[in-house]
Design a protein around this ligand. Structure first.
Ligand code: ADP
Length: 190
């Protein structure tokens, strides 16, 4: 199994790159943001709860997110590996993920971070908000709140995976294919 965490602030391009990587390496792509949005559209209880946090640019509580992620992984018992996109976003989520991988007699092989400057992120998200229909992308203050959440709660995971010698940072600016080439160059060494 090969299990990757795609990492980076909102707007770094994780979703775009995950689509390319999942096809190339035959991995199951789990985007926690996508699962929450699917639940919002389907009007489930989970969706209603998640929406109340997402609309403010805040993280959904760990217990809810971890339970949902465990369920998504369990839906794919035959997977050759996973790309986690948008998870983990807190230290407790990282610990839960390590436990889950251990139960599968596996592990996270690498966290690969897309590094992009904040001003570029805000610009990209506002642009995406024009056509994505995502409420959290069309409002400048919600975007800034997401970036604040990222630096308060998520950025520390860099140190967590660095301590395990699993952290790889790559430049997230350039064409889509330039960036995916950089990602593949890391994955092919694993
Ligand atoms: P982006 O990375 O562009 O912010 P996502 O689609 O990954 O977009 O996430 C959208 C929102 O979903 C987040 O702002 C947060 O409210 C919620 N969310 C996604 N993943 C998590 C997570 N692992 N923990 C808590 N909340 C999450």
């Amino acid at each position: 199994m090969i299990n990757l965490v795609l990492f980076g602030p909102p707007g770094a391009g994780k979703g775009t790159q995950a689509q390319i990587l999942k096809n190339k390496y035959q991995l199951i792509h789990i985007s926690t943001g996508d699962v929450f949005r699917f639940n919002i559209k389907s009007k489930t209880a989970l969706g209603t709860l998640a929406k109340s946090y997402m609309d403010k640019g805040h993280l959904v509580p760990d217990d809810v997110t971890i339970k949902m992620l465990n369920a998504e992984v369990k839906k794919n018992p035959q997977a050759k590996g996973f790309i986690f996109d948008g998870f983990p976003r807190t230290q407790d989520q990282a610990i839960a993920l390590a436990k889950l991988m251990e139960q599968k007699h596996s592990q996270i092989n690498a966290m690969i971070a897309l590094e992009v400057a904040d001003d570029v992120l805000v610009e990209r998200l506002l642009e995406r908000g024009k056509y994505s229909g995502r409420a959290d992308d069309s409002n400048g203050s919600v975007i800034r709140e997401r970036i604040v959440e990222y630096y308060n709660k998520t950025d520390i995971l860099k140190a967590y995976y660095q301590a395990e010698k699993k952290y790889y940072g790559i430049k997230g600016v350039g064409s889509i294919s330039e960036i995916s080439d950089r990602l593949c160059a890391v994955i092919d060494t694993l």
